[in-house]
Design a protein around this ligand. Structure first.
Ligand SMILES: NC(=O)C1=CN([C@@H]2O[C@H](COP(=O)(O)OP(=O)(O)OC[C@H]3O[C@@H](n4cnc5c(N)ncnc54)[C@H](O)[C@@H]3O)[C@@H](O)[C@H]2O)C=CC1
Ligand SMILES: O=C([O-])CC(=O)C(=O)O
Length: 311
């Protein structure tokens, strides 16, 4: 199985690294516009093979899409990351043009591929790729919920002082500081409602920390995060390539689900070899429905901004 990652920067290279050492794909191609950059990252990752014991072939190319031909999955991480104090939404002006061109180039050589969108503002970039390429909606998946849910589980694990893997929790809605919705009502610790162990105040603090999880890291690092984002993309790619049919919150095109139409937004999905195989419509209470509808309005507002950017 072949995976191309466009953008060999922090997130792209980390994703290539995790895909390789976990043996998720047999071939990974990194592509970047910076001369020699992807080649260097690929060689560095390949030189881990004997010490970490993997056989994935990793190569790098400078803007040569012919080398990406026949990719089963293409991950798009090209574009600029935010700096401290910025929102993801502020990246739209530069990233929209990059993402549109990249998605079109990718499809020239891999017409049957599934695209995983990472570049921010991710929900809008997913929508843009869908509209500009005309790909069927099951083949464009925005990665955000896997990461946000992982952050949610990390903060829950710290509050509970229990392993994150024993905690089940999910974040839906937009992938933005104010648009994501950590579903505190549904959190469980090994099947036991977490309200048995945590007060509502603590749960609300965990939810608030989760929502600004990316901004917190950007403040600490000076640029946005990459280890958890790269691992989250690899987790999603694994479910596609190995047809795992995992339930993962992803930004996908909704056509009536959750009362919304014509946007890409985070909802629980079954992810397998066909990409988005099912959107699960879980019951939301009135408060959650209100939050989802506000989140959808904000995402729709960003999509509208594309019209003036891409004239
Ligand atoms: N959806 C999510 O959960 C997450 C999204 N992100 C987003 O992912 C993007 C990448 O972040 P980082 O890897 O940290 O940035 P980075 O700056 O380390 O890497 C971006 C790379 O894209 C390359 N690039 C720019 N234009 C290109 C083009 N036209 N073709 C090919 N390559 C091109 C750059 O040369 C650079 O190497 C940002 O937009 C960031 O906001 C980051 C983390 C999580
Ligand atoms: O925070 C950012 O800008 C990058 C991102 O989407 C994340 O780490 O969640």
């Amino acid at each position: 199985m072949k995976v191309t990652i466009v953008g060999a920067g922090n997130v792209g290279a980390t994703c290539a690294d995790v895909i390789s050492y976990r043996g998720i794909a047999s071939e990974v191609v990194l592509l970047d516009i910076k001369e020699g950059f992807a080649e260097g990252k690929a060689l560095d990752i390949m030189q881990c093979a004997t010490n970490t014991g993997f056989n994935t072939h990793v190569s790098g190319v400078t803007n040569d899409y012919s080398k990406t031909a026949g990719s089963d999955v293409v991950v798009i991480t090209s574009g600029i990351p935010r700096k401290p104090g910025m929102t993801r939404e502020e990246l739209i002006g530069i990233n929209a043009g990059i993402v549109k061109t990249v998605a079109e180039n990718v499809l020239k050589y891999s017409p049957d591929t599934i695209i995983v969108m990472v570049s921010n503002p991710m929900d809008t970039m997913t929508y843009l790729a869908l509209k500009s390429t005309g790909l069927p909606k099951n083949r464009i998946i925005g990665m955000g919920g896997a990461l946000d849910s992982s952050r949610f589980r990390t903060y829950l694990s710290l509050a509970l002082d229990k392993p994150a893997n024993d905690i089940s929790a999910m974040v839906i809605g937009g992938h933005g500081d104010t648009t994501m919705i950590p579903l505190t009502r549904l959190v469980s610790y090994n099947g036991i409602p977490v309200t048995e162990f945590l007060s509502e105040d603590v749960l609300q603090k965990v939810a608030a920390d989760t929502m600004v999880g990316g901004a917190t890291l950007t403040g600490l690092l000076g640029t946005s995060a990459w280890y958890a984002p790269g691992a989250s993309v690899a987790f999603l790619v694994d479910s596609i390539l190995n047809d795992q049919k995992k339930m993962i919150a992803c930004s996908v095109y909704v056509d009536g689900e959750y009362g919304q139409k014509d946007i890409c937004i985070g909802v629980p999905c079954i992810i397998g070899k066909n990409g988005v195989e099912q959107i699960l419509e879980i019951h939301l209470n009135e408060a959650e429905k209100t939050l989802f509808s506000k989140s959808a309005d904000a995402v729709r507002g960003m999509n509208d901004a594309l019209k003036s950017i891409l004239v």
